[in-house]
Design a protein around this ligand. Structure first.
Ligand code: NAD
Ligand code: MG
Length: 399
């Protein structure tokens, strides 16, 4: 069988690096077609040296020139392209079979859509694209016959707990599934006294107790907006109404999520918290492959705890449900406001509790419209970013 050719969008990030680690375990089956990164020239050069892709993409011309130079000197024939259009090209090129969508944030939307429209096997880590434009992405998948496989550990777990033959984007109810339990670790601040939340630093927020991730998703996990985005992601992947998606705190991060069926059965997927498991599952599906993840030692784990999340501690979770219930572009607005808020917090322009305040203010200020066109989605995204930017200037602590 010919090797499957893979594009990794965001190959230098946490998910990208784990994907390359898993791919290298079956070089007969997988070949890398393209790698992409925003600005980390040296890291991308190293990756090109190791797996010799046909194409590498950088976002800025200077970074592209620097990469071209490094590769030439190392005698690597990889073609270097630059800019957002090049991302969409390598996501939809006829040479490509599999696309790992692992760019962080709204920047991932257009190449992810391009892969969906081109009918690729689409491994989705970039949850923001479903939050911004779930209907468009799911429609594109259905129209083109693309195969959508969730990489986010919770959604991958749910997918594994659904019957064989189930296709993401279709309603799960006909299979007897009635409810989804999305597990959440609660992040680094699940026990911190609420009156000390204003002291939280970016360094503390990025130090997750169980998972090693990029900075944006680490902050999202600390506010639990990550779980809010995942509720919205689950709504689109599994076509379930918000009331049937329940978040449960589970500090050990061993049960990655659960599906409750009409007969009272609850199916769960368990494993050590290591993204190489869902990545390997999505890559090898419907088969299985080694991932390098150590086997789960239940005696070492000892116990599994579950508790309801607190709205007072995690207001972002309620904001996500609110946007989902409003519908249309409200979740696009939520996502954009969150991206601005997280970046402003990382830049020390706003304090941790202001992340939720800023998102709430943006949801109040920017009216939701229909989410049935890319133009409408991009306009809502821009409007929300604009409002949120002004909010930071007005209420922030300065640059
Ligand atoms: P990361 O910050 O570690 O990596 C992001 C990648 O995207 C890098 O390769 C970077 O160069 C690229 N990138 C960043 N901005 C870009 C831009 N404007 N244009 C083009 N490329 C850009 O992020 P991550 O933790 O790997 O997360 C990636 C995605 O996967 C996110 O959507 C995240 O929510 C999702 N996800 C991550 C994890 C995890 O454990 N890290 C788990 C589940 C889902
Ligand atoms: Mg997740």
């Amino acid at each position: 069988m010919a090797a499957e050719r893979v594009t990794i969008l965001g190959s230098t990030g946490s998910i990208g690096v784990s994907t390359l680690d898993v791919l290298a375990r079956d070089p007969e089956r997988f070949e890398v077609y393209a790698l992409t990164a925003s600005a980390s020239v040296e890291k991308l050069a190293e990756q090109c040296l190791a797996c010799r892709p046909a194409v590498a993409v950088m976002m800025e011309p200077e970074a592209g020139a620097a990469l071209r130079d490094l590769l030439q000197r190392a005698g690597v024939a990889t073609e270097v392209r630059v800019g957002a259009d090049a991302l969409a090209e390598v996501a939809s090129a006829p040479e490509v079979d599999v696309v790992m969508a692992a760019i962080v944030g709204a920047a991932g939307l257009l190449p992810t859509l391009a892969a969906a429209e081109a009918g690729k096997r689409l491994l989705l880590a970039n949850k923001e694209s479903l939050v911004m434009s779930g209907a468009l992405l799911i429609d594109a998948v259905a129209r083109s016959g693309a195969k959508l496989l969730p990489v986010d550990s919770e959604h991958n777990a749910i997918f594994q707990c659904l019957p064989e033959g189930y296709t993401c984007g279709e309603p799960v109810r006909p299979s007897g599934a009635e409810r989804i339990w999305l597990t959440a670790s609660g992040g680094p601040f699940r026990d911190r006294p609420l009156d000390r939340f204003h002291e939280i630093t970016p360094e503390e927020a990025c130090a997750h107790p169980n998972w090693d991730m990029g900075r944006k998703i680490s902050v999202d996990s600390a506010t639990m907006m990550n779980k809010g985005l995942e509720v919205i992601e689950a709504r689109w992947l599994f076509a379930l109404e918000p009331e049937a998606i329940q978040v449960v705190l589970h500090p050990q991060s061993i049960v990655h999520s659960m599906v409750a069926y009409a007969d009272g059965s609850v199916l769960a997927q368990l494993g050590n918290p290591d993204m190489r498991t869902p990545i390997a599952h999505a890559l090898a599906w419907p088969r299985r492959m080694g991932s390098g993840v150590s086997p789960l030692d239940l005696f070492a784990v000892g116990r599994l705890d579950f508790a309801p999340p607190s709205s007072e501690r995690f207001p972002c979770l309620d904001l996500a449900y609110r946007a989902l219930k409003t519908g249309g572009t409200a979740t696009t607005v939520l996502n954009a406001a969150n991206e601005v808020a997280v970046q402003s917090f990382l830049d020390r322009r706003i304090r941790f509790p202001a992340i939720a305040d800023l998102i709430a203010a943006t949801l109040d200020a920017v009216a939701a419209g229909p989410a049935d066109s890319l133009e409408g989605i991009l306009a809502a995204d821009a409007q929300a970013r604009d409002y949120a930017g002004h909010w930071v200037t007005e209420h922030g602590t300065g640059p």
